[in-house]
Design a protein around this ligand. Structure first.
Ligand code: ASP
Ligand code: MG
Length: 403
Protein backbone atom coordinates (compact mmCIF):
# COMPACT_ATOMS: atom_id res chain seq x y z
CA UNK A 1 0.00 0.00 0.00
CA UNK A 2 1.46 3.35 -1.06
CA UNK A 3 0.97 6.81 0.36
CA UNK A 4 0.55 9.32 -2.44
CA UNK A 5 0.52 13.07 -1.98
CA UNK A 6 -1.28 14.86 -4.81
CA UNK A 7 -1.45 18.59 -5.16
CA UNK A 8 -3.95 20.30 -7.44
CA UNK A 9 -3.54 23.94 -8.47
CA UNK A 10 -6.24 26.55 -8.96
CA UNK A 11 -7.07 25.72 -12.57
CA UNK A 12 -7.35 22.03 -11.75
CA UNK A 13 -10.12 22.76 -9.23
CA UNK A 14 -11.40 25.85 -11.08
CA UNK A 15 -15.04 24.81 -11.38
CA UNK A 16 -17.58 22.16 -10.42
CA UNK A 17 -16.73 19.86 -13.32
CA UNK A 18 -13.03 19.97 -12.61
CA UNK A 19 -13.50 19.29 -8.91
CA UNK A 20 -15.60 16.24 -9.76
CA UNK A 21 -13.05 15.17 -12.34
CA UNK A 22 -10.17 15.41 -9.85
CA UNK A 23 -12.23 13.50 -7.29
CA UNK A 24 -12.87 10.68 -9.80
CA UNK A 25 -9.19 10.50 -10.68
CA UNK A 26 -8.10 10.29 -7.05
CA UNK A 27 -10.88 7.85 -6.23
CA UNK A 28 -9.43 5.43 -8.77
CA UNK A 29 -6.02 5.55 -7.07
CA UNK A 30 -7.67 5.07 -3.70
CA UNK A 31 -9.73 2.13 -4.95
CA UNK A 32 -6.53 0.54 -6.22
CA UNK A 33 -5.48 0.35 -2.58
CA UNK A 34 -3.36 3.47 -2.16
CA UNK A 35 -3.67 5.98 0.63
CA UNK A 36 -4.16 9.50 -0.63
CA UNK A 37 -3.38 12.89 0.84
CA UNK A 38 -4.52 15.76 -1.38
CA UNK A 39 -3.40 19.36 -1.17
CA UNK A 40 -5.54 21.93 -2.92
CA UNK A 41 -5.18 25.54 -4.04
CA UNK A 42 -8.03 28.01 -4.07
CA UNK A 43 -10.41 27.62 -7.02
CA UNK A 44 -9.28 29.36 -10.22
CA UNK A 45 -8.24 32.94 -9.63
CA UNK A 46 -9.97 33.14 -6.26
CA UNK A 47 -6.82 34.33 -4.44
CA UNK A 48 -6.50 37.24 -6.89
CA UNK A 49 -10.19 38.03 -6.48
CA UNK A 50 -9.83 38.15 -2.70
CA UNK A 51 -6.68 40.30 -2.85
CA UNK A 52 -8.45 42.71 -5.18
CA UNK A 53 -11.49 42.89 -2.93
CA UNK A 54 -9.29 43.57 0.09
CA UNK A 55 -7.61 46.47 -1.71
CA UNK A 56 -10.97 47.93 -2.66
CA UNK A 57 -11.86 48.09 1.01
CA UNK A 58 -8.43 49.33 2.09
CA UNK A 59 -5.53 50.05 -0.27
CA UNK A 60 -3.12 48.90 2.42
CA UNK A 61 -4.91 46.06 4.23
CA UNK A 62 -3.40 44.81 7.51
CA UNK A 63 -1.32 41.75 6.63
CA UNK A 64 -2.87 39.64 9.35
CA UNK A 65 -6.35 40.28 8.03
CA UNK A 66 -5.28 39.67 4.45
CA UNK A 67 -4.05 36.19 5.42
CA UNK A 68 -7.25 35.60 7.35
CA UNK A 69 -9.13 36.40 4.14
CA UNK A 70 -6.92 34.43 1.73
CA UNK A 71 -7.10 31.22 3.73
CA UNK A 72 -10.81 31.05 2.95
CA UNK A 73 -9.95 30.35 -0.71
CA UNK A 74 -8.26 27.04 0.05
CA UNK A 75 -10.82 26.20 2.70
CA UNK A 76 -13.55 26.46 0.08
CA UNK A 77 -11.90 24.04 -2.30
CA UNK A 78 -11.08 21.35 0.28
CA UNK A 79 -14.63 21.36 1.65
CA UNK A 80 -16.10 21.07 -1.86
CA UNK A 81 -13.69 18.26 -2.74
CA UNK A 82 -14.70 16.29 0.32
CA UNK A 83 -18.35 16.76 -0.63
CA UNK A 84 -17.54 15.36 -4.06
CA UNK A 85 -16.07 12.21 -2.48
CA UNK A 86 -19.05 11.89 -0.14
CA UNK A 87 -21.30 11.94 -3.19
CA UNK A 88 -19.32 9.02 -4.59
CA UNK A 89 -19.56 7.10 -1.33
CA UNK A 90 -15.83 7.42 -0.63
CA UNK A 91 -14.72 8.35 2.88
CA UNK A 92 -12.75 11.59 3.08
CA UNK A 93 -12.08 14.50 5.38
CA UNK A 94 -11.02 18.08 4.70
CA UNK A 95 -8.55 19.71 7.07
CA UNK A 96 -7.30 23.29 7.29
CA UNK A 97 -3.91 24.37 8.64
CA UNK A 98 -5.32 24.64 12.17
CA UNK A 99 -6.83 21.20 12.17
CA UNK A 100 -3.66 19.57 10.91
CA UNK A 101 -1.46 21.94 12.80
CA UNK A 102 0.93 23.32 10.27
CA UNK A 103 3.22 25.55 12.26
CA UNK A 104 4.89 28.48 10.52
CA UNK A 105 7.07 31.45 11.30
CA UNK A 106 5.36 34.65 12.40
CA UNK A 107 5.37 36.75 9.21
CA UNK A 108 2.09 37.20 7.48
CA UNK A 109 2.01 36.86 3.70
CA UNK A 110 5.30 35.05 3.41
CA UNK A 111 5.58 32.62 6.31
CA UNK A 112 7.76 29.52 6.29
CA UNK A 113 6.64 26.12 7.47
CA UNK A 114 8.46 25.06 10.63
CA UNK A 115 6.76 21.86 11.70
CA UNK A 116 3.75 19.75 10.76
CA UNK A 117 1.91 17.62 13.28
CA UNK A 118 1.11 14.43 11.44
CA UNK A 119 -1.02 12.68 14.11
CA UNK A 120 -4.39 13.81 12.85
CA UNK A 121 -3.60 13.04 9.22
CA UNK A 122 -2.13 9.63 10.09
CA UNK A 123 -5.14 8.82 12.15
CA UNK A 124 -7.47 9.69 9.26
CA UNK A 125 -5.35 7.69 6.82
CA UNK A 126 -5.49 4.66 9.10
CA UNK A 127 -9.26 4.71 8.86
CA UNK A 128 -8.81 4.73 5.05
CA UNK A 129 -10.08 8.25 4.51
CA UNK A 130 -8.79 10.40 1.71
CA UNK A 131 -7.33 13.40 3.50
CA UNK A 132 -7.75 16.77 1.79
CA UNK A 133 -5.55 19.54 3.14
CA UNK A 134 -5.62 23.28 2.45
CA UNK A 135 -2.50 24.42 0.61
CA UNK A 136 -0.71 27.75 1.09
CA UNK A 137 -1.65 28.29 4.74
CA UNK A 138 -0.26 27.76 8.20
CA UNK A 139 -0.63 28.90 11.77
CA UNK A 140 1.89 31.03 13.67
CA UNK A 141 2.75 31.16 17.34
CA UNK A 142 -0.05 33.65 17.99
CA UNK A 143 -2.53 31.10 16.65
CA UNK A 144 -3.14 33.33 13.64
CA UNK A 145 -3.40 32.15 10.09
CA UNK A 146 -0.41 32.86 7.88
CA UNK A 147 0.15 32.25 4.18
CA UNK A 148 3.29 30.93 2.52
CA UNK A 149 3.58 33.40 -0.37
CA UNK A 150 1.90 33.21 -3.78
CA UNK A 151 2.00 29.73 -5.23
CA UNK A 152 2.75 28.30 -1.79
CA UNK A 153 0.50 25.25 -2.08
CA UNK A 154 3.31 23.39 -3.82
CA UNK A 155 5.39 23.87 -0.70
CA UNK A 156 2.58 22.60 1.51
CA UNK A 157 2.43 19.45 -0.60
CA UNK A 158 6.16 18.76 -0.53
CA UNK A 159 6.36 19.47 3.21
CA UNK A 160 3.52 17.05 3.83
CA UNK A 161 5.09 14.41 1.61
CA UNK A 162 8.34 14.76 3.56
CA UNK A 163 6.65 14.70 6.97
CA UNK A 164 4.52 11.68 6.07
CA UNK A 165 7.34 9.87 4.24
CA UNK A 166 5.07 9.59 1.24
CA UNK A 167 6.03 7.42 -1.72
CA UNK A 168 5.59 10.27 -4.17
CA UNK A 169 4.50 13.85 -4.46
CA UNK A 170 2.64 14.72 -7.64
CA UNK A 171 1.97 18.33 -8.54
CA UNK A 172 -1.00 18.47 -10.90
CA UNK A 173 -1.30 21.63 -12.91
CA UNK A 174 -2.64 23.04 -16.18
CA UNK A 175 0.56 22.27 -18.09
CA UNK A 176 1.74 18.72 -18.58
CA UNK A 177 5.25 19.15 -17.23
CA UNK A 178 8.31 21.33 -17.08
CA UNK A 179 9.32 22.78 -20.45
CA UNK A 180 12.65 23.96 -21.81
CA UNK A 181 10.99 27.40 -21.99
CA UNK A 182 7.48 28.79 -21.76
CA UNK A 183 5.77 27.09 -24.73
CA UNK A 184 3.33 29.99 -25.06
CA UNK A 185 6.23 32.26 -25.94
CA UNK A 186 9.04 30.14 -27.36
CA UNK A 187 8.61 28.17 -30.58
CA UNK A 188 9.93 24.63 -30.30
CA UNK A 189 9.83 24.51 -26.49
CA UNK A 190 9.86 20.89 -25.39
CA UNK A 191 8.70 19.00 -22.32
CA UNK A 192 11.51 17.52 -20.24
CA UNK A 193 11.30 13.93 -19.00
CA UNK A 194 13.38 14.72 -15.96
CA UNK A 195 15.38 17.51 -14.39
CA UNK A 196 17.54 17.78 -11.28
CA UNK A 197 16.47 19.60 -8.12
CA UNK A 198 19.20 22.21 -8.59
CA UNK A 199 18.22 23.03 -12.15
CA UNK A 200 14.53 23.14 -11.26
CA UNK A 201 15.28 25.38 -8.28
CA UNK A 202 17.03 27.89 -10.52
CA UNK A 203 14.33 27.72 -13.17
CA UNK A 204 11.58 28.15 -10.56
CA UNK A 205 13.37 31.04 -8.90
CA UNK A 206 14.16 32.71 -12.20
CA UNK A 207 10.68 32.85 -13.62
CA UNK A 208 9.49 29.42 -14.76
CA UNK A 209 6.12 29.73 -13.01
CA UNK A 210 5.46 26.02 -12.82
CA UNK A 211 6.59 25.40 -9.21
CA UNK A 212 7.01 27.45 -6.04
CA UNK A 213 10.77 27.62 -5.57
CA UNK A 214 10.64 26.78 -1.88
CA UNK A 215 8.86 23.54 -2.71
CA UNK A 216 11.85 22.50 -4.80
CA UNK A 217 14.25 23.50 -2.03
CA UNK A 218 12.31 21.33 0.41
CA UNK A 219 12.06 18.43 -2.01
CA UNK A 220 15.84 18.46 -2.42
CA UNK A 221 16.45 18.71 1.31
CA UNK A 222 14.23 15.74 2.11
CA UNK A 223 14.81 13.91 -1.14
CA UNK A 224 11.11 13.88 -2.05
CA UNK A 225 10.64 12.69 -5.64
CA UNK A 226 8.50 15.30 -7.33
CA UNK A 227 6.40 14.83 -10.43
CA UNK A 228 4.83 17.72 -12.33
CA UNK A 229 1.94 16.63 -14.53
CA UNK A 230 -1.37 17.69 -16.01
CA UNK A 231 -4.66 17.31 -14.17
CA UNK A 232 -6.47 17.35 -17.51
CA UNK A 233 -4.79 14.41 -19.22
CA UNK A 234 -2.87 11.26 -18.35
CA UNK A 235 0.43 12.27 -19.95
CA UNK A 236 3.58 11.38 -18.08
CA UNK A 237 4.86 14.69 -16.79
CA UNK A 238 8.34 15.67 -15.63
CA UNK A 239 10.20 13.99 -12.78
CA UNK A 240 12.35 16.19 -10.55
CA UNK A 241 15.05 14.31 -8.68
CA UNK A 242 18.61 14.49 -7.42
CA UNK A 243 20.48 13.45 -10.54
CA UNK A 244 18.76 13.75 -13.86
CA UNK A 245 20.00 12.55 -17.21
CA UNK A 246 21.76 15.48 -18.77
CA UNK A 247 21.11 14.19 -22.28
CA UNK A 248 24.40 15.72 -23.39
CA UNK A 249 22.88 19.18 -23.15
CA UNK A 250 24.78 22.19 -21.85
CA UNK A 251 21.58 23.94 -21.00
CA UNK A 252 18.32 22.38 -19.82
CA UNK A 253 16.02 25.36 -19.89
CA UNK A 254 15.50 29.07 -20.38
CA UNK A 255 13.48 31.22 -18.00
CA UNK A 256 12.37 34.84 -18.02
CA UNK A 257 11.42 36.93 -15.03
CA UNK A 258 9.67 40.23 -15.59
CA UNK A 259 9.11 40.74 -11.90
CA UNK A 260 12.24 42.77 -11.36
CA UNK A 261 13.40 46.37 -10.88
CA UNK A 262 16.93 47.69 -11.22
CA UNK A 263 18.12 50.23 -8.67
CA UNK A 264 21.37 52.17 -9.01
CA UNK A 265 22.95 54.04 -6.13
CA UNK A 266 25.30 56.64 -7.54
CA UNK A 267 28.34 58.42 -6.20
CA UNK A 268 28.87 56.28 -3.14
CA UNK A 269 32.08 56.98 -1.23
CA UNK A 270 34.68 54.41 -2.23
CA UNK A 271 35.67 53.01 1.15
CA UNK A 272 35.08 49.88 3.25
CA UNK A 273 31.65 49.36 4.76
CA UNK A 274 29.65 51.17 2.10
CA UNK A 275 28.15 48.07 0.52
CA UNK A 276 27.43 46.67 3.95
CA UNK A 277 25.52 49.80 4.98
CA UNK A 278 23.48 49.82 1.78
CA UNK A 279 22.48 46.17 1.81
CA UNK A 280 21.95 46.15 5.56
CA UNK A 281 19.39 48.90 5.04
CA UNK A 282 17.66 46.86 2.32
CA UNK A 283 17.66 43.64 4.32
CA UNK A 284 16.17 45.42 7.35
CA UNK A 285 13.21 46.17 5.08
CA UNK A 286 12.94 42.42 4.52
CA UNK A 287 13.74 42.79 0.83
CA UNK A 288 15.66 40.18 -1.13
CA UNK A 289 18.39 41.48 -3.37
CA UNK A 290 19.20 39.57 -6.50
CA UNK A 291 21.86 40.68 -9.00
CA UNK A 292 24.52 43.08 -7.73
CA UNK A 293 26.99 45.08 -9.78
CA UNK A 294 29.59 47.44 -8.35
CA UNK A 295 31.54 49.79 -10.58
CA UNK A 296 35.28 50.33 -10.21
CA UNK A 297 35.92 53.31 -7.95
CA UNK A 298 36.81 56.58 -9.69
CA UNK A 299 37.70 59.90 -8.03
CA UNK A 300 36.89 58.40 -4.65
CA UNK A 301 33.34 57.36 -5.60
CA UNK A 302 31.63 54.31 -7.04
CA UNK A 303 28.15 53.17 -8.10
CA UNK A 304 26.28 50.05 -6.99
CA UNK A 305 23.39 48.64 -9.00
CA UNK A 306 21.18 45.79 -7.92
CA UNK A 307 17.82 44.21 -8.67
CA UNK A 308 14.87 43.48 -6.40
CA UNK A 309 11.42 42.03 -7.03
CA UNK A 310 9.06 44.60 -8.59
CA UNK A 311 6.82 44.68 -5.52
CA UNK A 312 9.75 45.75 -3.36
CA UNK A 313 11.11 48.39 -5.75
CA UNK A 314 9.37 51.42 -4.30
CA UNK A 315 10.13 50.49 -0.68
CA UNK A 316 13.80 50.01 -1.49
CA UNK A 317 14.05 53.30 -3.39
CA UNK A 318 12.28 55.24 -0.64
CA UNK A 319 14.56 53.75 2.00
CA UNK A 320 17.67 54.71 0.04
CA UNK A 321 16.39 58.23 -0.68
CA UNK A 322 15.72 58.83 2.98
CA UNK A 323 19.21 57.64 3.85
CA UNK A 324 21.30 59.16 1.04
CA UNK A 325 23.28 61.23 3.55
CA UNK A 326 24.13 58.47 5.97
CA UNK A 327 24.93 56.14 3.07
CA UNK A 328 27.33 58.80 1.73
CA UNK A 329 25.67 58.53 -1.69
CA UNK A 330 24.83 61.26 -4.20
CA UNK A 331 21.75 59.93 -5.90
CA UNK A 332 19.58 56.90 -6.62
CA UNK A 333 17.94 55.98 -9.92
CA UNK A 334 15.83 53.05 -10.99
CA UNK A 335 14.45 51.24 -14.00
CA UNK A 336 11.30 49.18 -13.75
CA UNK A 337 11.29 48.27 -17.42
CA UNK A 338 13.72 45.34 -17.20
CA UNK A 339 13.62 41.52 -17.29
CA UNK A 340 15.97 38.76 -16.28
CA UNK A 341 16.70 36.02 -18.78
CA UNK A 342 18.46 32.91 -17.51
CA UNK A 343 19.82 29.78 -19.07
CA UNK A 344 20.12 26.91 -16.60
CA UNK A 345 21.83 23.56 -16.94
CA UNK A 346 23.89 21.16 -14.85
CA UNK A 347 25.78 20.39 -18.08
CA UNK A 348 27.51 23.78 -18.09
CA UNK A 349 29.40 22.96 -14.90
CA UNK A 350 32.06 21.16 -16.87
CA UNK A 351 31.94 23.07 -20.15
CA UNK A 352 33.37 26.51 -20.80
CA UNK A 353 31.80 28.95 -23.23
CA UNK A 354 28.17 28.94 -22.17
CA UNK A 355 28.23 32.59 -21.12
CA UNK A 356 29.98 33.59 -24.35
CA UNK A 357 27.40 31.72 -26.39
CA UNK A 358 24.57 33.41 -24.52
CA UNK A 359 26.08 36.87 -25.06
CA UNK A 360 26.71 36.08 -28.72
CA UNK A 361 23.12 35.10 -29.40
CA UNK A 362 21.83 38.25 -27.71
CA UNK A 363 24.31 40.35 -29.71
CA UNK A 364 23.13 38.71 -32.93
CA UNK A 365 19.58 39.72 -31.99
CA UNK A 366 20.65 43.28 -31.22
CA UNK A 367 19.75 42.94 -27.54
CA UNK A 368 21.71 44.99 -25.04
CA UNK A 369 22.79 43.51 -21.70
CA UNK A 370 22.47 45.71 -18.59
CA UNK A 371 23.76 43.34 -15.93
CA UNK A 372 25.15 39.83 -15.73
CA UNK A 373 25.29 37.25 -12.97
CA UNK A 374 26.35 33.62 -13.06
CA UNK A 375 26.53 30.50 -10.93
CA UNK A 376 27.95 27.06 -11.64
CA UNK A 377 24.79 26.05 -13.47
CA UNK A 378 23.30 29.34 -14.63
CA UNK A 379 23.89 32.49 -16.65
CA UNK A 380 21.50 35.38 -16.04
CA UNK A 381 21.34 38.69 -17.88
CA UNK A 382 19.26 41.76 -17.24
CA UNK A 383 17.79 43.28 -20.40
CA UNK A 384 15.09 45.74 -21.45
CA UNK A 385 11.70 44.25 -20.82
CA UNK A 386 10.56 44.83 -24.39
CA UNK A 387 13.23 42.38 -25.54
CA UNK A 388 12.15 39.55 -23.22
CA UNK A 389 10.39 37.23 -25.64
CA UNK A 390 12.95 37.70 -28.41
CA UNK A 391 15.79 37.00 -26.00
CA UNK A 392 14.15 33.80 -24.78
CA UNK A 393 13.67 32.54 -28.30
CA UNK A 394 17.24 33.46 -29.25
CA UNK A 395 18.73 31.63 -26.27
CA UNK A 396 16.46 28.62 -26.77
CA UNK A 397 17.57 28.38 -30.42
CA UNK A 398 21.24 29.02 -29.68
CA UNK A 399 21.47 26.17 -27.20
CA UNK A 400 19.64 23.75 -29.47
CA UNK A 401 16.76 23.09 -27.11
CA UNK A 402 14.06 22.80 -29.76
CA UNK A 403 12.39 19.56 -30.69
N1 ASP B 1 -3.95 30.08 -3.88
C1 ASP B 1 -2.61 30.57 -3.68
C2 ASP B 1 -2.17 31.46 -4.81
O1 ASP B 1 -2.92 31.68 -5.74
C3 ASP B 1 -1.64 29.46 -3.42
C4 ASP B 1 -1.43 28.51 -4.59
O2 ASP B 1 -2.23 28.48 -5.51
O3 ASP B 1 -0.46 27.77 -4.56
O4 ASP B 1 -1.10 31.99 -4.77
MG1 MG C 1 1.20 27.26 -8.65
Amino acid sequence: MKLLVKKFGGTSVGDKERILNVARRCAADWQAGNNIVMVLSAMGKQTDVLIDLAHQINPDPPKRELDMLLTTGEQTSVALMSMAFAGMGIPSVSLNAFQVSMHTTRVYGNARLKRIDTDRIEHEIESRKIVIVTGFQGVNKYDDYTTLGRGGSDTTAVALAAALHADSCEIFTDVDGVYTADPRIVKGARKMKEISYDEMLDLATLGAGVLHNRSVELAKKYNVPLIVRSSLNESEGTVIKEVAKVEGMLVSGVAADKNTTRISVLGLEDRPGVAFKLFDLISKKNINVDMILQSIGRDGTKDISFTVGSDDGQTAIDAIRENLKSLHAKDVSFNENVSKISVVGAGMMSSPGVAAKMFECLYNSGININMISTSEIRVTVLIDRDDTDRAMQAAHDAFGLED
